[in-house]
Design a binder for this molecule. Structure first.
Ligand code: 9YT
Length: 128
């Protein structure tokens, strides 16, 4: 049994600032759950290009307001509290926050820890 408290992540190596967002990494690959879980704040007024070609991600918004635009079809999905989006096609997208958004993000395969997006909005594949 494992219990993780957000207050213990804040200010530690498991709090990763990506510029437009700050990701508090609650569970990682080393925890051997087969997925990772982040509590992430997307900063108000930002637009982030993301394309997780090596991961599937589900994102559950618990606070705030913004939208996701999928780039294959330019559809725009409003995102507010109590809304989940799942990038089930490794969808390339733009994430825009009009207010700070608090998101619970689950990745399969799990993140190993310090990932930040590369210039194409991708997290690298974990070679281990
Ligand atoms: C919602 C989203 O994809 N934000 C970018 C950061 C990423 N999810 C993370 O590492 O928490």
């Amino acid at each position: 049994m494992k219990v993780v408290k957000l207050e213990d992540i804040l200010g530690s190596d498991n709090e990763v600032d990506g510029g437009n967002w700050v990701s508090r990494r609650l569970l990682l690959k080393k925890d051997n759950m087969g997925y990772s879980v982040n509590d992430t704040i997307i900063r108000a007024g930002t637009e982030t290009h993301i394309w997780y070609q090596n991961h599937l991600e589900s994102v559950y918004c618990i606070e705030g307001e913004g939208e996701v635009e999928t780039l294959s079809d330019n559809k725009v999905y409003p995102i507010t509290a109590d809304t989940l989006y799942a990038l089930d096609q490794n969808d390339e997208h733009l994430l825009r926050a009009t207010r700070d958004m608090r998101m619970i993000c689950v990745f399969n395969p799990p993140l190993s820890g310090r990932e930040v997006h590369d210039e194409n909005g991708v997290y690298p594949v974990d070679e281990d």
